[in-house]
Ligand binder design. Structure first.
Ligand SMILES: *Cc1c(COP(=O)(O)O)cnc(C)c1O
Length: 363
């Protein structure tokens, strides 16, 4: 026997299948490869960073955090000093660090299901008690229940995911405000995970707008989705209070962001317009796909993200398997009768529609 932590014995690691099929529509990546000019800029940046790899990287990644602040100023019209911006290896690491800093033994985190399946893992790793309340049938958060639960359970972390994964649901700013206020009253950090923010429909606001109002608010974002940089591993947090960032500094591992990661992310941010040029197309493909699924008689959760949750299936695994047999990989996640499909290129989306039609014929 290995002296493994008792609560980890028999637990297998998280991960969606990575299969080499024609249409990989299961992990919400941006389906478009990087433009050649951006590949060139990244290659140059990496090459120049390579000369200095004998040295440890810039520990505080100040230049990168400033570039992220610039991007947020353009994307949300919110000006943040670098002291309120934090960066790490994917927003997964950011969230893990938030649990290290604000969770822990004797503490509690609260979120609303169905939602992102990684949150319980951060809680487990940090010995944080983890609670989930069900979302309403339309997949929005039951705000009254949330406020009552915050008063009752006294979590130190509340996670709101907007747009939510796997449902695509975005949260009204007034609801976020009410929950942030309850967090302020009862001593909780309120974290809004905005991994998919750049895909939101016109008129849907970002919680960044509330950073001036609630000092307990943290908004997390990532370059993995809209930026098409999932392979680079760069996520970030925007904190209403610079002391949050000071605390994340305390729990981070030394030199957590490699010089290569920093160089890649900086080169990407310098080209953010080129990199996010396909977001508009992905949004219109999403809306068209949602409409098509509706026409086919499926239930479709309204989506502000780059994926769609649709159903309902008596045997979703059979449908998943059928799609896979036609080279289309979607995700078996969320409520038991639903499937989630990432929005791909127009060609991939056509393959998906075709495969789903055939799956229906065969049912
Ligand atoms: C994809 C996703 C992330 C991003 O994770 P990275 O570590 O930045 O790649 C974060 N939150 C949610 C809800 C996601 O779906």
């Amino acid at each position: 026997m290995l002296p493994v932590r008792a609560d980890l014995v028999g637990i297998s690691s998280y991960g969606a299948p990575q299969l080499d099929v024609a249409a990989r529509l299961n992990v919400n990546e941006n389906p478009f490869p990087l433009p050649a000019s951006v590949v060139e800029a990244i290659t140059q940046a990496v090459s120049s960073a390579a000369h200095g790899l004998n040295r440890y990287p810039e520990r505080d990644a100040v230049e990168l955090r400033a570039a992220l602040a610039d991007f947020i100023a353009r994307d949300c019209g919110v000006d943040l000093p670098v002291e309120q911006v934090w960066a790490a290896n994917g927003s997964n690491e950011v969230m893990h660090q938030i649990f290290l800093a604000f969770g822990g033994p004797g503490r509690r985190a609260l979120t609303f299901e169905p939602t992102y399946s990684m949150y319980p893992e951060y809680a487990r790793d940090t010995f944080t008690d983890f609670r989930m309340l069900p979302r309403l049938p339309d997949f929005t958060v039951d705000v009254k229940r949330a406020v009552d639960a915050i008063a009752d359970l006294r979590p130190s972390i509340v996670i709101l995911t907007s747009p939510n994964n796997p449902t695509g649901t975005s949260q009204d700013l007034s609801d976020t405000r009410t929950i942030a206020q309850a967090g302020l009253t009862y001593g909780a950090m309120v974290v809004v995970d905005e991994a998919y923010a750049e895909f939101r429909r016109d008129g849907v606001p970002s919680a960044c707008e509330l950073l001036g109002e609630f000092r307990n608010l943290i908004v997390t974002r990532t370059m993995s989705k809209a930026f098409g940089l999932a392979g680079a591993r760069l996520g970030y947090a925007l904190a209403a209070d610079s002391r949050v960032v000071d605390t994340l500094h305390v729990v981070r591992l030394p030199y957590h962001l490699s010089a290569i990661t920093q160089a890649v992310a900086l080169a990407a941010l310098a080209n953010s317009e080129l990199l996010t040029a396909q977001v508009q197309l992905i949004r219109s493909e999403r809306d068209a796909l949602a409409e098509w699924l509706n026409e086919q008689g499926y239930d479709v959760a309204p989506s502000d993200a780059n994926f769609i949750l649709f159903g309902k299936f008596e045997d979703r695994h059979a449908v998943w398997q059928h799609l896979l047999s036609r080279g289309v990989l979607v995700r078996e996640t969320g409520p038991p009768q639903w499937l989630r499909v990432s929005v791909g290129t127009p060609e991939e989306n056509a393959m998906f529609r075709d495969a789903l039609l055939r799956a229906k014929e065969d049912q």
